[in-house]
Design a protein. Structure first.
Length: 127
């Protein structure tokens, strides 16, 4: 059974997670940014990155029955954080943080689309 879409989705999940680990990790290790950093946001970025790269990407790669719920969960948590940033922190959140969240939401949308396409292909093969 060909699983190219699922594998691409897993690689994207790993890459976007690694980027979040790097971004959050830099701030947590003391890098001073030239804009205001919301205290909890680097921690969120780091933890979400770890979950994405080390758990969700692996679940997707292996085709686990937990892959879709994990991917939906990642998209949902990023969406929730974006909503919080756009409402409660609207006046202080850095434009770079909003751009990063938009990128994450777009990439997770692509990942979910790839997973749905793969599931449809698998369904056609099994019928």
């Amino acid at each position: 059974m060909n699983s190219i879409y699922r594998k691409i989705a897993a690689v994207l999940a790993f890459i976007i997670g690694a980027m979040a680990i790097f971004a959050g990790g830099q701030v947590l290790l003391g890098k001073i940014m030239d804009y205001y950093v919301i205290d909890w946001l680097p921690i969120y970025n780091f933890i979400a990155g770890l979950i994405s790269a080390l758990i969700t990407a692996i679940l997707i790669w292996k085709g686990s029955k937990f892959a879709m719920p994990a991917a939906i969960g990642m998209f949902a948590i990023h969406g929730t954080v974006m909503l919080v940033l756009q409402t409660a922190y609207r006046d202080v959140v850095a434009p770079d943080s909003i751009k990063a969240m938009i990128v994450r939401l777009v990439v997770w949308s692509i990942i979910l689309t790839l997973m749905i396409v793969q599931a449809q292909k698998n369904k056609k093969v099994s019928n």
